[in-house]
Design a protein around this ligand. Structure first.
Ligand code: SIN
Ligand code: CO
Length: 404
């Protein structure tokens, strides 16, 4: 053990996820933690297994990598998919990992893991990356630019976790993988099934498998400013109204020639600020964060055969529950007059103030029963939105095959 590495102190180990207010105040972006047994081991039976993960890595459009641990004095290697099936036969029993991104989009049952993370900012979730690793398997010491919950499925892994954001990150040159030159200075912990580690952005970490393992990395990454400005600009362009020309009003002699004078610059800045402070921006923001993070699959088809409010109500009254599959992102923002803008699949949904309680309910819950509906307000108004959500493939009956 490195002299500055010590076994994780008990105050870092929590026996359950912190309450949401404490999570944001103390941990989010600031401090790693580990929760022992946070997830019921039975849940992992529904999530992707190693064989199906290898199956995804054969697909052209799915991002996958095989990383081989550097032997003593040797080099790390990283190969990118898609892989041929027989590639897995030649890898041996040790020292490699397979990592696949956006798994919640391709194996939607894996998204069920997200029901454990309702306290997190789900609208910022980027993807679930899943790794299968053999003993000795690792991606090396590194930092990530995103927040991540490392959820341990089967097997065991030993992690070393930095206790502060890394300064002057120094990576090994010439690799197709970002591996820090030095080992991680931090605290050590071995995890098993159901344990969850939270790592804030830029905190160094390294996991080494001690027993054939599956790790589910739930990652949160915000967009870049350039992406936000470009996308909002595109929205304004499509809307047209509000997308006015800068009209040069109030210019004076200082702006003669090629000089946009300070007054002109201020006018332009104010036009931009007003556009960003408008309700259009709140509406666009809801649409933006409800977009699937990766447009890899066409999951935005509406149902071929539409159901009526009455038929849907009858099925609910028969005791059937509706649920929202966890890989479908909802997003809600509030306009200045208090109107809630609810969006899914990048489009605003037709809501009214009568739906406010239902919207808040859907923000925190996955399943919806007739008993819930009875407590959430005027039934006719609610059924109009619920039927719309059902016909848009946002709500499903339990055990109904996802028609994607
Ligand atoms: C892994 O599962 O090996 C990589 C997860 C990570 O460190 O981000
Ligand atoms: Co990482």
């Amino acid at each position: 053990m490195n002299s500055s590495t010590r076994v994780l102190e008990n105050h870092m180990i929590l026996d359950k996820f912190p309450p949401a207010d404490e999570f944001y105040k103390t941990y989010w972006g600031q401090k790693p933690f580990v929760v022992r047994g946070a997830i019921d081991p039975a849940l992992f039976e529904e999530l992707i297994d190693g064989d199906s993960l290898a199956g995804l890595a054969l697909e052209e459009e799915i991002k996958s990598r095989i990383v081989m641990t550097a032997p003593e004095g040797g080099k790390w290697t990283c190969e990118h998919g898609p892989f041929e099936e027989d590639r897995f036969e030649t890898l041996g029993e040790e020292n490699w990992s397979l990592l696949v991104q956006n798994v919640e989009q391709y194996h939607t049952d894996t998204a069920k893991l997200l029901q454990e993370f309702h306290f997190s900012p789900r609208w910022l979730m980027d993807d679930i990356m899943v790794s299968y690793s053999t003993a000795g398997g690792s991606v090396g010491p590194h930092t990530d630019s995103y927040h991540v919950f490392l959820v341990q499925g089967m097997g065991r892994r030993k992690w070393t976790i930095g206790q502060a954001p890394a300064q002057n990150e120094d990576y090994i040159e010439g690799l197709d993988l970002k591996v820090l030159k030095g080992s991680v200075q931090g605290e050590e912990i071995e995890v098993g099934i159901g344990d969850v580690i939270y790592i804030p952005p830029h905190f160094a970490h390294e996991g080494i498998t001690t027993q054939e393992a599956m790790t589910f990395s739930v990652g949160f990454l915000g967009p870049k400013l350039s992406e936000l400005l470009a996308q909002y600009g595109h929205y304004l362009e499509q809307m047209d109204q509000g997308n006015k020309h800068y009209d040069g009003a109030g210019l004076d002699v200082e702006s003669a020639g090629f000089t946009p004078a300070p007054g002109a610059r201020e006018r332009i800045q104010n036009d931009l600020i007003n556009a960003l402070r408008s309700d259009d921006f709140s509406i666009w923001l809801a649409e933006y964060f409800s977009m699937p993070s990766h447009d890899d699959i066409d999951n935005i088809d509406t149902r071929g055969e539409k159901i009526s409010n009455q038929d849907l109500l009858e099925r609910l009254q028969e005791g059937k529950n509706l649920y929202r599959p966890e890989h479908i992102k909802l997003s809600m923002t509030t306009s200045q007059d208090g109107t809630i803008n609810l969006a899914a699949f990048g489009a605003i949904l037709p809501t009214s103030p009568a739906h406010d309680q239902l919207i808040h309910f859907l923000n925190q819950n996955t399943a919806l029963s007739i008993q819930d509906i009875e407590t959430l307000g005027d039934q006719d108004a609610l059924m109009t939105l619920i039927t719309h959500l059902y016909n848009q493939n946002i709500l499903f009956f339990e055990n109904e095959a996802l028609d994607l």
